[in-house]
Ligand binder design. Sequence first.
Ligand SMILES: NC(=O)c1ccc[n+]([C@@H]2O[C@H](COP(=O)([O-])OP(=O)(O)OC[C@H]3O[C@@H](n4cnc5c(N)ncnc54)[C@H](O)[C@@H]3O)[C@@H](O)[C@H]2O)c1
Length: 331
Amino acid sequence: MSASPIAVVTGGAGFIGSHTVDKLIELGHRVVVLDNFSTGKRANLARWLDARHRFDGEQPALEIVTCDVAHGIFAALAAITTKYGPVERIVHLAAQVSVVASVANPLVDMQVNYGGTLHVLEYARAMGVKKVAFASSAAVYGEVSQMPVGEDTPTKPMSPYGIDKLASEFALDYYAAVHGVATTALRFFNVYGPRQDPTSPYSGVISIFADRAKAGQQLVIFGDGQQTRDFVYVGDVVRAIVAAVGDGNSRAVANVGTGGEITVVELARTLVDLCTGAAAPRAERSGIVHAPARAGEILKSRARVDVLRDRFGVVAETKLVDGLRATLADH
Ligand SMILES: NC(=O)c1ccc[n+]([C@@H]2O[C@H](COP(=O)([O-])OP(=O)(O)OC[C@H]3O[C@@H](n4cnc5c(N)ncnc54)[C@H](O)[C@@H]3O)[C@@H](O)[C@H]2O)c1
């Protein structure tokens, strides 16, 4: 049996998680996915599902365990670690991902998004896991007037989702300082790419726009479309995750973005152009329409990314147009 290290990816059947699993397996890890399939799909892991990729088959290998992180991960991992050895690293991505749902049901958000992190950290402490990398979010900042947003910007989350991500960051820091668990929190900005689910109303704007632009349907922009976002391609996010989880750097917090920003209206126009060709007659192109602005929506967002570059050696390099092409190819 190969002694390649075991990495756990919670939420590994989801959008970012499944790309992370692909990369870790390609790098030679044996990967265990813990997921409750609330938004994740087995199909996202399709390329690893045949018998050759089981732990007792050939390398590389994946095992999937259905597990709710809000209820702990010891039992879910026991059989695998007894047979195949200890978990070396954990990428903790499993979360209730909707800000709107967190407002409607803050207790569930707390149980999954904060409680789940505590369960992961308790496991890491008890089992001597070498590194935990955690998916935090730009939501920890709330509304910020000064751009770009550095990690030293005061945090002021405006939703239970943002509060639970920030509480998780504090827990990571506590476990690192007091229990010696090496941890990194990555504050993702707006991640996009293939496998992002366009059917959820809370999904990233790019997956929703891509779906509609491809179908020749109207793109609905809330407000004037001058709100900006730092859209970062999932392949670049995965490079950040892999660097963070493979690294000894502890107590680090790093933004994951491009350092740039574009307006939502520019994004919509670019997608329409990519779908129809800029020269296509207007009638063949999806229309862009405006709906009333959404209350509480953040107007500007752009990450400062020097910590990611200097501590983890990662710079997001996928051009928006290339990332959008890859996203459209998936729709
Ligand atoms: N996509 C973004 O732009 C973005 C931005 C900031 C932060 N994040 C964070 O990145 C992580 C991954 O998000 P994503 O965009 O891939 O979303 P996703 O919904 O595709 O992935 C989340 C995964 O977690 C699983 N999950 C949910 N609750 C669970 C539970 N209780 N137990 C076990 N598994 C559970 C889901 O089934 C899914 O596979 C999340 O922590 C999210 O908060 C994402």
